[in-house]
Design a protein around this ligand. Structure first.
Ligand SMILES: Nc1ncnc2c1ncn2[C@@H]1O[C@H](COP(=O)(O)OP(=O)(O)OP(=O)(O)O)[C@@H](O)[C@H]1O
Length: 584
């Protein structure tokens, strides 16, 4: 129960803004319970005065009142339930948006540590589980408590002694609920986890269909899904069994109570101390009293199950973003594009060694700096620091002399455009894909950027032109064409600093050659930090940095470094011995 309270305290603040509605819902619940109580009392009157006395005249009064009370109860019940659903869904909307916003601020290593399918499940199924706990849970508890109090008061009013006898048995229901909640909670936790694992396996498998088919991995994939699905099935069956057992125990306890009442009632009637109408009304109150008590017990179980989802969401919310916004960001200025790394070191969270160590270099406005080195040297890490996915663990990085953490993230990313290794494509039209470089850009600007990126011709040749729909993994365009769409997007962004991470990786030599010219146009007049193994542009670079093992081994121009004959010369001169020459 401690977990339930903790989770409730964590998410209850999200109901702010809807609390007045919650009060109104509770009001409706109370009126509906009162109407139900009045209806049962009217039923007792009807039985004693109209049925037992055989008088039709005595029928109309209570019957009319009963109908009126039932109509009020129905109207208020409808209003309360509709409002409850509306409030609950608003809560889900707000919570999902909040978690999603938080996830979007998390660093790349978070997404490497968590399987995508599991995160999807947290943002969908688990969010709904919290709703059950906070809104439905709160409304359900209040409703059950009020109903139980009214019916109990009415039962006491009818026959306090009989009522007390039956109340003695009621706590048995709560004991049973307590007994089963642990089992159901554990099963729910396993079920939520298995749900996440199933979504992950399906998602990974669909994304990897070529590998599955080409390497005959269907059986292995089937096994993977089967393993997770069986874990889910076991947890699900265990949870359902515990719930069912709880239901049946409750049935037996209730039957016991009803039999005790009928037995005592029969004795009372035989002694002439009770009318049949009163006994029936009394039994009816019991019939009404037990469901709220039962649902209070059941609510405990639902809440325990919902806590499993809540804990998974809390885990996401408790993950801190790797970088924070400055409290008072430096006001925006026209960026010239001077980038300065000063003694920058970085270690990934949880890693055992630094991925970058004491890196110092400068890229002046309009300069091209090429960063090269073997795989795993720390080159992409450098681009992640410059675009502030992470802050260096030591040292400082400046843009025009201003430390990156002193400016707003939005300003930094407006001025430092990243063209990452993988071509990032949004689901939408080609025009939308280019436009996201500068939202609101005119048609002419978008097409101008596409022209500069050598994309206009092939886009125009498509039947739907710029309105052709593409998506991640699209087959409509080739890798090189997609890369040129990405270059057009970066062109449109017109940021003074460009970070290109392996812009020609994954392209064959012809496609790679095709993107070089647009890349040159993109780089013109901008500070460009290009991370690459492909040294064809190296002779044009103002500086080349050779990184290995996280350290900056060498820095200089192509000619200087070749003349030095060390690491760069080995990278630049293939076995044939012919060095890379200045490209046309
Ligand atoms: N999220 C992470 N957690 C821990 N270590 C990481 C993480 N990401 C990268 N690394 C490690 O940091 C080092 C540098 O990685 P980085 O991606 O910067 O290399 P790279 O030079 O860009 O390699 P490549 O040319 O293959 O892309 C590598 O040893 C890598 O294993």
């Amino acid at each position: 129960m401690r977990e339930v309270r903790a989770a409730f305290a964590r998410f209850w603040p999200l109901t702010r803004g809807d609390r007045a509605w919650l009060v109104l819902i509770v009001g409706c619940v109370v009126v509906a319970a009162l109407a139900e109580t009045a209806a049962i009392l009217l039923f007792a009157r009807l039985t004693d005065h109209a049925l037992a006395a055989g008088s039709l005249a005595a029928f109309w009064g209570p019957a009319g009142a009963w109908l009126g009370v039932a109509a009020i109860g129905a109207a208020v019940g409808y209003l309360g339930n509709s409002l409850a659903v509306w409030t609950a869904e608003r809560f889900v909307l707000r919570l999902r948006a909040g978690v999603f916003r938080h996830v979007q601020d998390l660093p790349p290593d978070f997404f490497q540590r968590h399987r995508r399918g599991d995160l999807v499940e947290r943002l969908t199924g688990d969010v709904e589980a919290i709703e059950q706990m906070v809104v439905s849970g709160a409304v359900g508890t209040v409703s059950a408590v009020f109903s139980a109090v009214f019916y109990a008061a009415a039962a006491l009013w009818l026959r306090w002694d009989l009522a007390l006898v039956t109340f003695v048995l009621a706590p048995l229901l709560l004991v049973a609920a307590r007994h089963f909640s642990g089992r159901i909670g554990q099963a729910a936790k396993e079920e939520r986890t298995a749900d996440g694992a199933i979504t992950s396996v399906v998602e990974e498998s669909l994304g990897n269909m070529v590998l599955t088919q080409a390497y005959n991995r269907r059986y292995a994939e089937d096994l993977r899904l089967d393993r997770e699905a069986r874990a889910w099935m076991r947890a699900s069956v265990r949870g359902a069994r515990a719930s069912e057992m709880y239901e049946q125990v409750v049935e037996v306890v209730e039957t016991l109570c009803v039999l005790v009442v009928i037995g005592l009632g029969a004795w009372e009637i035989s002694q002439g101390r009770m009318s049949l109408g009163r006994l029936l009304a009394f039994a009816a109150f019991l019939g009404y009293l037990y469901p709220p008590i039962r649902s209070l017990g059941g609510l405990g179980l639902t809440l325990t199950a919902a806590t499993a989802g809540a804990e998974r969401i809390q885990e996401v919310l408790d993950t801190e973003p790797a970088v924070t916004e400055p409290a008072e960001p430096v006001p925006a200025w026209p960026v010239r594009g001077r980038v300065h790394f000063q003694g920058a070191s970085f270690r990934y969270p949880g890693a055992e060694r630094d991925s970058l160590r004491d890196v110092t270099f400068t890229a002046g406005p309009g300069e091209l700096v090429i960063v090269t080195g073997p795989s795993g040297a720390g080159k992409s890490t450098l681009s992640r620091l410059l675009t502030r996915f992470y802050d260096p663990t030591a040292g400082v990085i400046r843009l025009d002399g201003v430390p990156l953490p002193d400016m707003s993230l939005e300003f930094l990313r407006e001025n430092v455009a990243l063209l990452p290794q993988e071509t990032l494509i949004l689901r939408g039209t080609i025009r939308e894909n280019i436009e996201c470089g500068r939202p609101g850009a005119s048609r002419a600007d978008i097409e101008g950027a596409a022209r500069d990126a050598a994309a206009h011709d092939f886009v125009s040749a498509l039947p739907d032109g710029y309105d052709t729909r593409i998506a991640p993994g699209t087959a409509t365009l080739s890798g090189g064409q997609l890369q040129r769409v990405a270059i057009a997007r970066a062109m449109l962004r017109a940021a003074p600093v460009l970070v290109l991470d392996e812009p020609t990786a994954g392209l064959d030599s012809i496609a790679a050659r095709r993107v070089v010219r647009p890349l040159r146009r993109l780089m013109a007049g901008r500070t460009t930090i290009m991370i690459t193994h492909d040294l064809s542009l190296a002779p044009d670079a103002d500086r080349i940095l050779v990184v290995d093992g996280g350290r900056l081994l060498e820095a200089g121009t192509h000619d200087e470094l070749l003349a030095r004959g060390c690491a760069y010369a080995r990278l630049a001169m293939p076995e044939s011995g012919s060095p890379v020459t200045r490209s046309a």
